[in-house]
Design a protein around this ligand. Structure first.
Ligand SMILES: [Zn+2]
Length: 267
């Protein structure tokens, strides 16, 4: 995650929207909701490119840019099972609900074991208070307090702290805010945000931007390449840039100073 929170402008066609709305209504009265879900799975996979467009092609959880594989639509509330609650049938009634869709790379979405870490969301959806879990469509999901940080909730991504090394950790110390600490810690584990390759890639980008910021600082205003570098940095820290949330967190003061100092030149 940057998780920087994703500015959700999901541009669905009128037809896609209508199909999702209609399926959300129909699954409630389906004789076999699971079968209905399986038969209509294309309705959510069809909108993955619209979700990709909203984030500039990067995974909403880990911010890795898509390379050669398509990213899938993750159901934030799992649609067919809940690891933390074995008797739960899954939030099948939200299978076609756009507000339950998140774009996820396979590393965030599927269980994987890496060099020294393991993670992947799969069926996980832990709650702070398990007794408040919504078990069926008659329940109220607003009563749930999810542990997983949600890239669509602007107050969630800042609970992660990124370091120059690319490492990620909870921002709030456990003794100051135990809930914020736990949500960040568990999200890092479940989304596998501490996986070694991801940490390396994130750290490389953070350090690259840091170096470029120093270059700009040392270049006179009339040097022609200055404008190019400024434009490049601005693209990298834009919300659609790969790891831009992590970069902006790790280098926040430097980037703020850069953006203010170069506003005229970038115009
Ligand atoms: Zn990811």
């Amino acid at each position: 995650m940057k998780m920087r929170s994703i500015n959700v402008v999901i541009a669905l066609t009128a037809e896609q929207l209508e199909q999702l709305t209609s399926a959300t209504a129909q699954i409630l009265s389906a004789a076999d909701p699971r079968r209905y879900m399986r038969q209509h799975a294309r309705l959510w996979s069809n909108v993955s490119s619209a979700l990709e467009a909203a984030s500039g092609g990067k995974c909403w959880y880990c911010e890795t840019a898509r390379n050669r594989s398509n990213y899938g639509v993750d159901h934030f509330r799992p649609k067919s099972r809940v690891t933390e609650c074995p008797q739960h049938p899954g939030y099948w009634w939200l299978a076609f609900d756009l507000s339950n869709f998140r774009l996820a790379c396979t590393y965030c979405n599927e269980r994987r074991v890496a060099e020294t870490t393991a993670g992947g969301k799969a069926g996980h959806f832990p709650l702070l208070i398990e007794a408040r879990r919504c078990m069926n469509p008659a329940g109220c999901i607003a009563q749930e307090q999810p542990i997983l940080l949600d890239p669509l909730d602007p107050s969630d991504p800042p609970l992660l702290k990124f370091l120059m090394s690319g490492d990620v950790m909870p921002r709030m110390p456990q003794n100051i805010d135990a809930i914020a600490y736990r949500r960040a810690r568990d999200s890092i584990e479940i989304f596998h945000l501490h996986e070694a390759r991801l940490v390396r890639g994130r750290g490389d980008k953070i350090r690259l931007v840091s170096s470029l910021l120093q270059v700009v600082e040392n270049l006179a205003e009339d040097v022609s390449i200055r404008r190019t570098i400024i434009r490049q940095i601005r693209e990298m820290v834009d919300s659609t840039g790969e790891y831009s949330g992590a970069i902006c967190d790790a280098l926040s003061a430097d980037i703020e100073r850069f953006l203010a100092a170069t506003a005229d030149e970038a115009a």
